[in-house]
Design a protein around this ligand. Structure first.
Ligand code: IFM
Length: 445
């Protein structure tokens, strides 16, 4: 039987332990008069999502949320990170507000507070209304105001009860993965679309922060994802390949947000696609952050791809054990990013691990047991490294496990299970896994 070697006492007493989810992955987009999002249309297009899966029912959290919040509370967690669905709240884009959507989130937030759970809100975890997608989505500069207006609509209803708010979850995924690699909605593979989406997203973040602060809201931040870039060997070509990957994945957003510039190594290729006088936007983009969310899962081993177009790198085979996503398990990476951010970019700004976890081919055995022992080892190893970063002075204030329960894993459909709680997609029955019980034990001290 696996168990954590790390102890709750190693962390400050006010350290937050929570679980995280996202609207489209769990709620069921067909319920409650939500509008179509670009994930509904992307998933309805053949070959975009494994097995033709979509988020229309997902975990039916829209109806089962009380049971799900009970699981968070019974697990001993004290906070919950969730997102509001833009398409649920503004089904037609700029048109009328779906009050039923806001009512749902109000019930959810009040349900959290009743259970003594702190609500951590993410305003955008990828469900862009299809109406905005049809107008160019993140490529259209007008999205800056569409998003800022939406942020105010949500926060003016819920903001008085939210512990902390993030504008975006994982800008790299919203832009690079979705507009350059074509893997997520809207499935584009276009360098100009990518560059415009990056700049528009950052402007939308800064503009929304200004509007929300003017409305009196506080504790505002953003969630970035980081992926350790490891050169395949010490050759100059491979080190350059890893550096380029690092610039795109890890430095681009945090540098813009805190140092008002884009990495030089990227500008050499992307500057021609940016709007004229883009530098003038950095004063808007680099609003002070009250906190920064850090999502960390894995590392990538990179080598040069000779004669390829920008960015001329490719994956090399890493030799560490891998999760069911095929992602290498590299817990030292979480220590690296926490200390690196603290020392180079964010100084004393509070850092939260807003996502960390692994996919495994979990099954419910007799007597309702799910033996996800690899996940217990994974979480334990990462918590040890978070603790090490705190000892080195990084101001880490919380850890959110991804995810509360198995859910719609985007292009991988329902094939990959990240939950501490198993979901049977036939019956929608929830079964806590061994990792949920381990957290409960760990948090019960
Ligand atoms: O499921 C996703 C989540 O939506 C964003 N971060 C990574 C997770 C696992 O892929």
């Amino acid at each position: 039987m696996a168990s954590f070697t790390v102890s709750r006492h190693q962390f400050p007493s006010d350290f937050e332990f929570g679980v995280a989810t996202a609207a489209y992955q769990i709620e069921g987009s067909r319920y409650g008069h939500a509008g179509l999002s670009h994930w509904d249309t992307f998933a309805a297009t053949p070959n975009n999502v494994l097995n033709g899966d979509d988020g229309s029912i997902a975990c039916d959290h829209y109806h089962r949320w009380p049971e799900d919040l009970d699981l968070i509370q019974e697990g001993g967690f004290n906070s919950y990170r969730f997102s509001t669905s833009w398409a649920r709240i503004q089904p037609e884009g700029k048109g009328s507000i779906n009050q039923q959507g806001l009512d749902f989130y109000e019930r959810l937030v009040d349900g959290l507070l009743t259970r003594n759970l702190k609500p951590y809100l993410t305003l955008y975890h990828w469900d862009l209304p299809a109406a905005f997608s049809n107008l160019g989505g993140w490529r259209n500069p007008d999205i800056v105001h569409w998003f800022s207006d939406y942020s105010q609509i949500v926060m003016n209803r819920l903001g008085d009860r939210i512990a902390a708010t993030a504008t975006f979850n994982e800008p790299w995924c919203i832009t690079w993965l979705s507009h350059f690699l074509g893997i997520h909605a809207p499935g584009l593979r276009d360098i100009q679309a990518t560059t415009m989406s990056i700049h528009n997203l950052l402007r939308a973040h800064g503009t929304a922060l200004q509007a929300l602060r003017a409305d009196g809201h506080n504790n505002l931040g953003i969630v970035l994802n980081f992926d350790y870039a490891q050169a395949a060997d010490e050759s100059e070509a491979n080190r350059k390949a890893a550096d380029l990957y690092d610039a795109i994945f890890n430095r681009l957003f945090i540098q813009a947000l805190t140092q008002k510039s884009y990495p030089t190594v990227l500008l050499a290729h992307l500057e021609r696609y940016l709007p004229k006088n883009y530098q003038q936007d950095f004063d808007t983009i680099a609003q002070p952050l009250d906190w920064l969310g850090v999502n960390y899962y894995t590392r990538h081993v990179l080598e040069a791809a000779p004669n390829a177009l920008f960015p001329a790198y490719q994956d090399a085979q890493g030799h560490l054990p891998k999760t069911d996503m095929g992602w290498e398990i590299y817990p030292e990476g979480i220590y690296h990013f926490l200390t690196w951010l603290h020392q180079n970019y964010t100084a004393q700004t509070p850092l939260y691990i807003t996502e960390n976890g692994m996919a495994a081919p979990d099954k419910v055995w007799e007597q309702g047991v799910v033996q996800d022992l690899d996940r217990i080892h994974y979480i334990d190893a990462h918590l040890q490294q978070v603790n090490r970063a705190i000892e080195q002075g990084a101001p880490v204030k919380g850890y959110f496990s991804w995810s509360l329960m198995d859910n719609f894993e985007w292009a991988a459909g329902y094939a990959k299970r990240f939950g501490l709680v198993h979901v049977d997609y036939e019956t929608l029955k929830r079964t806590p896994k061994a990792s949920w019980y381990e957290f409960k034990q760990f948090l019960s001290v």
